[in-house]
Ligand binder design. Structure first.
Ligand code: SF4
Ligand code: ZN
Length: 101
């Protein structure tokens, strides 16, 4: 799996945790979260750092538009600690990358 594919998987897992917890969806995502995830995946596909990308949280340019950035921040804050329980491997990899410079 490439770095970009891996990031897409992680962000999808996180948005799903958030959507389940906040919008009480059973299967898949609500419209709002689905739009957020599509947006994040499109950003990742165009990420100028490619395979060398930092985590988006640590990114020096942060390419999200402000409203999406805010929405993602809220979702990540909720999903972050819960990732360890639901998807420990992704969570640990992601945390490790966030700690690296
Ligand atoms: S925020 Fe930075 S690392 Fe994330 S997709 Fe945009 S340019 Fe790439
Ligand atoms: Zn939702």
């Amino acid at each position: 799996m490439t770095r970009i594919e891996e990031e897409k998987k992680t962000v999808a897992q996180m948005v799903e945790i958030y959507c389940k917890g906040h919008h009480h969806t059973k299967d898949g995502l609500c419209n709002e979260c689905s739009a957020l995830l599509d947006y994040a995946c499109a950003r990742l596909e165009h990420c100028k750092f490619g395979e060398k990308k930092p985590t988006c949280k640590k990114c020096p340019i942060h390419c999200y538009k402000p409203a999406m950035r805010e929405q993602m921040k809220v979702a990540m804050r909720y999903a972050g600690p819960r990732m360890l329980w639901h998807h420990p491997v992704s969570a640990v990899k992601h945390l490790f990358r966030e700690m690296k410079k």
